[in-house]
Design a protein around this ligand. Structure first.
Ligand SMILES: Cc1cc2nc3c(=O)[nH]c(=O)nc-3n(C[C@H](O)[C@H](O)[C@H](O)COP(=O)(O)OP(=O)(O)OC[C@H]3O[C@@H](n4cnc5c(N)ncnc54)[C@H](O)[C@@H]3O)c2cc1C
Length: 593
């Protein structure tokens, strides 16, 4: 079988390569937590000390799996996509999906062992007597996705479905669904998903045509869902229009659709076919035809979309985390390859052009990680009751998703290029990373839809940019050990990005600029974060250098025809690519040089 061949091949590469083979190694066999100084530094800043200490062995264990067993399983599952069976041998419409055992093994790690889906909702996960903070949950996601991206969709959407049921469902519905959805027993667990998109509309949700008809205590849904990831989930949350409800988004209600009815029989909907996708090949995305399927109303029928947007926003945050994770894998692969490969008698990492190319992969990766930590920490503050944090996370999620998912694409391509021709060959992880990166700009809203959400709704209607400005000003104030000049430059860039966002939000004719305004907000916020993080004791000084890199390249205009003035940058690149840790003093010298 091809799968076991792939498996054996990877196992073979963890043995030291003979330099006479000339082929550079990959990251197989490395512990993705231990090699990631950035995430370890940031956990010390963003996670309470007690939680960080308790969870560190689990991060390390997942880091080892991600560089080992999980990675091998992911490669196999990618080559053996799920298969839909339309009928059973007796001709009955019992549709089901077959998965390769490698995918099932990954599910057991995610849902059975680490319990990603339940870790935010109950105690008893990884020895914790209470739900895990968001910072911890997203760190686990970040480590997992460095090996497997496709399965993170079912994992995350199970987690976010539980959130909606807990928050909006009736007590009766909670009692019916939650014990199954929160289980870690793979034989009884009900996994969740979210179906919104129809042929008539993905961005334009108000165009949804699925109709809901009341039938005693339940509802019956009729219609077609066009993009259904995790197509065979045990319970799907979806939007439909109750008969007689108004057109547009106002008339949409939220429903929970079980795959099996209480008597164990199949609910009246069919998975019509699976999509033949560019990426996320291990996971089944399909089309669903609802034929009077039984569903349960969730929450207020007049607030269906508003309620669903909570799930969408949580998914957006997770997508940002996934992009940060894939970029980290890309950077690690590029560094391992560039350090080993020789061309023209030298290691390729010694060439100035390639060094600059690596820096351009590292900067967006570290920006995304800082933004992940900020969003997750803000979510923890919101859970603890802060209204300001609740508003802030509502805009940070699309901001992170929008920019990090876009950055993921050139980073994946750039990493492939650093490996050279081998990067284009399917035996190596790069091809999968390039394919998977592209879905990030589509699901949970395209770049345009997310940018409109950030600027028109977040900034224009809710004034969220003011909360961002206040939070970043506090961090700049706290970084008092940085040179005043540098802090002033960061402060000015922040002010200007806030002013731009406000102006674009206020002027209808500026709609075409929402993406630039959102990007500016992201870059200014992440530059401040990197600077603040790098100013803290015990944190590697690279973050300071990357802060300046973002400032110079993303927030400062340059004349493309003037010669480069990049002496500081060569020094910064040397430090960033060095094997040794970078001290605060070393980095500080280059902030104003
Ligand atoms: C593999 C895969 C899995 C998916 N899984 C799911 C799932 O599980 N559940 C689910 O509900 N959906 C899912 N989706 C659907 C996905 O969320 C939508 O495809 C996406 O939101 C875009 O919608 P659309 O395809 O209808 O494109 P459209 O909405 O038709 O957009 C077409 C283009 O128009 C642009 N556009 C639209 N409106 C505006 C505007 N106002 N201003 C500027 N530009 C605009 C968009 O940016 C886009 O470039 C999945 C998609 C894929 C590819």
């Amino acid at each position: 079988m091809q799968g076991s061949r792939t498996d054996l091949h990877r196992t073979a590469t963890i043995h030291p390569l003979d330099p006479a083979d000339h082929v550079a190694p990959d990251c197989t066999g490395l512990n993705f937590f231990d090699i990631d100084r950035s995430v370890r530094d940031l956990l010390k800043l963003y996670l309470p000390r007690e939680d960080e200490q308790k969870l560190e062995p689990h991060f390390r264990r997942l880091g080892e799996l991600a560089g080992g067993k999980l990675d091998r399983l992911a490669r196999i599952a990618d080559k053996h996509p799920p298969v839909l069976n339309a009928r059973d041998p007796f001709g009955r419409d019992e549709d089901w999906i077959d998965y390769h055992p490698a995918y099932r093994d990954m599910e057991a790690i995610a849902f059975g062992d680490f319990q990603f889906h339940a870790m935010s909702h109950r105690g008893g996960v990884l020895g914790m007597d209470r739900p895990l903070p968001a910072v911890a949950k997203y760190t686990f996601q970040y480590l997992f996705v460095q090996a497997e991206f496709g399965l993170m969709c079912p994992i995350s959407v199970s987690d976010t479905s539980i959130h909606l049921i807990r928050k909006f469902a009736s007590d009766e519905l909670k009692q019916y669904l939650l014990p199954k959805m929160l289980s870690n027993d793979m034989t009884t667990l009900w996994k969740g998903t979210q179906f919104m998109t129809e042929r008539a509309g993905g961005s334009d949700v108000g165009a949804i045509e699925t109709v809901a008809r009341r039938d005693g205590d339940v509802w019956r849904l009729t219609g077609d869902k066009w993009f259904c990831s995790h197509a065979d989930a045990d319970v799907a949350l979806m939007l439909a229009r109750p008969e007689g409800a108004p057109a547009g988004t106002k008339g949409l209600a939220l429903f929970a659709l079980p795959r099996r009815l209480k008597d164990g029989s199949r609910n009246s909907y069919r998975i019509v076919r699976l999509k033949d996708k560019l990426g996320t090949k291990s996971m089944a995305s399909g089309e669903i035809r609802l034929e009077g399927a039984v569903a349960y109303l969730v929450g207020d029928p007049q607030r269906g979309l508003k309620q669903m947007m909570e799930q969408v926003n949580l998914s957006r945050l997770s997508h940002g985390v996934r992009a940060a994770a894939m970029m980290r894998r890309c950077v690690n692969e590029a560094l391992v390859s560039a350090r080993a490969r020789t061309a023209f008698g030298q290691r390729v990492i010694t060439y100035p052009l390639l060094r600059r190319q690596l820096m351009k992969l590292i900067a967006p990766t570290e920006q995304a990680l800082s933004m992940v930590m900020l969003a997750a920490r803000t979510m923890d503050e919101a859970t603890a009751g802060s209204a300001e944090a609740r508003d802030l996370v509502r805009v940070l999620a699309p901001l992170l998703k929008y920019r990090a998912c876009r950055d993921n694409i050139p980073v994946a391509t750039g990493s492939m290029e650093v490996r050279g021709g081998n990067g284009y060959i399917e035996e190596w992880v790069h091809a999968r990373l390039v394919r998977d990166a592209h879905i990030g700009v589509l699901w949970e809203g395209t770049s345009n839809i997310n940018a409109l959400d950030i600027i028109s709704r977040g900034v224009g209607k809710s004034g969220a940019h003011k909360a961002i400005a206040a939070a970043m000003k506090r961090r700049l104030d706290a970084a008092s050990n940085l040179p005043a000049d540098f802090r002033n430059r960061l402060g000015l860039a922040l002010d200007r990005s806030i002013a731009l966002a406000e102006r674009v939000a206020a002027e209808r004719q500026s709609e075409a600029a929402v993406r630039s305004a959102a990007s500016a907000l992201y870059h200014a916020t992440s530059a401040v974060l990197l600077a603040w993080e790098g100013s803290q004791p015990g944190v590697d000084g690279r973050r300071l250098l990357l802060s300046r890199f973002v400032l110079e390249h993303r927030l400062t205009g340059k004349d493309p025809l003037s010669p480069p003035d990049d002496a500081w940058e060569r020094g910064a690149i040397d430090l960033v690519l060095a094997d040794a840790p970078v001290s605060f003093a070393q980095a500080k010298r280059l902030l104003t040089a």
